[in-house]
Design a protein around this ligand. Sequence first.
Ligand SMILES: Cc1cn([C@H]2C[C@H](O)[C@@H](COP(=O)(O)OP(=O)(O)OP(=O)(O)O)O2)c(=O)[nH]c1=O
Length: 193
Amino acid sequence: MARCYVLASSSPRRRELLAKVGLSFIVDAADIDETARSSETPHDLVRRLAAQKAIVVGTRHPQCLIIGSDTVVAYQGRIFGKPRSMAHAQDMLRQLSDHRHQVFTAVAIWDPLWQRGYVQVDCTAITFHALSSSDIDAYLGTEEPWDKAGAYAIQGRAGEWIKELTGDVETVIGLPTRLVKKLLSHWDKERGV
Ligand SMILES: Cc1cn([C@H]2C[C@H](O)[C@@H](COP(=O)(O)OP(=O)(O)OP(=O)(O)O)O2)c(=O)[nH]c1=O
């Protein structure tokens, strides 16, 4: 039987990135509560949410292999998700200005039939140049910050702010395809495909 793949995400960036892997897949987003638990680390949060998204969507596609993912920005022990308001976005960008921060993304694959899967976390470190209040205000007038962790899109205008980036840029955009391929290949080996 040919295998079907489902991307458990509403993110157009994840869709574009997964298309690069060359799989044929459908998209079915998970609607879950993404609130961090008290004292949960960014690493543990993205790991838990990526797995949860894949498992929830798996109940609707029991014959398919599900790919879930989650991304947060971490700065000095604080977790930055998607902005809740203009003030929240502004506050996050002010804190990220001229400081090194990390972006954590987890990728999960889940087979609902076997009730088994893998999840792995990748991290990229970024330092932005100093951002002036007018840089931040101008950016908040664009559409970029609103559905992005940390209120910025590295693939957009925020790409011009990079002073230093260590790691995989796809991890920042929300789906490291290198990790997707690695997990799928582990999975094939385990199943003897
Ligand atoms: C930091 C950063 C994040 N992002 C995006 C990736 C994710 O789509 C989003 C983080 O929120 P997520 O909750 O990981 O994903 P999502 O709500 O967009 O989609 P879903 O939960 O349905 O999978 O931020 C960028 O596109 N560029 C960036 O530079």
